[in-house]
Write a protein that binds this ligand. Structure first.
Ligand code: SF4
Length: 265
């Protein structure tokens, strides 16, 4: 069997302990349970990579201007990719530059982003965010963040309205090339079902746990592979377990298989 070295980063530090203890007993002492969990995650990521191949060939989803990615992610909240893209295209077609968006009336912005839903809230947030960026950087661009640390980016973005851990992680990993593991609805569903985290963990807690276990070099590809799996096989309703190569690793599948036997008993 291939020797595995657990990166020091994977060993839970005190701030992670409370969260990790919801899914495993304790990571300060590397128990058999933790080792087995680490093996399980590594093996599962390898199988996902064989199935979807996004680690080997990650598409470049970033934009020349990272601010585009931030606004696109903001528009994606509570809607699907198609509606998000329609709203973003309307905005970009109507205005050449973010300066033009900044000068536009709120009414016009609401109208343009309406396909993404929550148009009043999203338009207000866009206006507010553009104002903050202009104040902070003197121009409507986030290119300067490509030279910033993860901590600096986080502290700047988390002050913005509507910008939470998932949006920040998307900007980090897709726009700035800084390792981060965004947890959306597909990723949280998958991590809970397979048994990597407890069913009561919030997405931001799942992100913290998974970033402590997965190697940073795998964050982007693993995220994309899990999304593909969540869309194609581990779907929200009626997951297609019969087609899934992860059956033997998956808590949800084991539980589902047990149910008929229990009923028979
Ligand atoms: S076995 Fe079923 S529940 Fe588990 S990961 Fe695969 S599709 Fe999802």
């Amino acid at each position: 069997m291939e020797a595995i070295t657990i990166p020091e980063k994977s060993i839970a530090k005190s701030q992670n302990c409370k969260i990790m203890c919801k899914s495993v007993n304790c990571l300060n002492d590397i128990s058999d349970e933790v080792l087995s969990k680490y093996y399980n995650i590594k093996m599962t990521l390898d199988i996902l990579e064989k199935t979807w191949g996004m680690e080997g060939e990650s598409p470049d989803l970033g934009h020349e201007e990272p601010l585009d990615g931030l606004i696109l992610t903001l528009l994606s909240q509570n809607t699907n990719d198609r509606n998000r893209d329609v709203a973003f295209s309307r905005l970009k077609d109507a205005y050449q530059q973010w300066d033009d968006v900044h000068r536009a009336s709120l009414e016009d912005l609401v109208d343009l982003v309406r396909p993404a839903g929550l148009a009043n809230i999203k338009a207000r947030r866009i206006k507010y965010i553009l104002e903050m960026i202009l104040e902070d950087f003197g121009e409507l661009s986030l290119k300067v963040l490509r030279r910033a640390s993860r901590e600096r980016v986080q502290s700047l973005l988390q002050r913005m309205p509507g910008v939470g851990p998932k949006t920040i992680a998307c900007v980090l990993v897709f726009e700035l090339g800084i390792p981060a593991f965004p947890v959306d609805t597909h990723v949280s569903r998958f991590c809970r079902r397979i048994g990597w985290v407890g069913s009561n963990l919030k997405p931001e807690e799942i992100q913290q746990v998974m970033e402590g276990i997965i190697e940073p070099s795998r964050f982007l590809g693993a995220h994309l592979n899990i999304i593909s799996h969540g869309r194609g096989i581990c779907t929200a309703r009626k997951p297609k377990c019969e087609k899934c190569p992860l059956q033997s690793n998956c808590n949800y599948h084991r539980r589902e298989k047990m149910l008929p036997d229990q009923d028979d008993a």
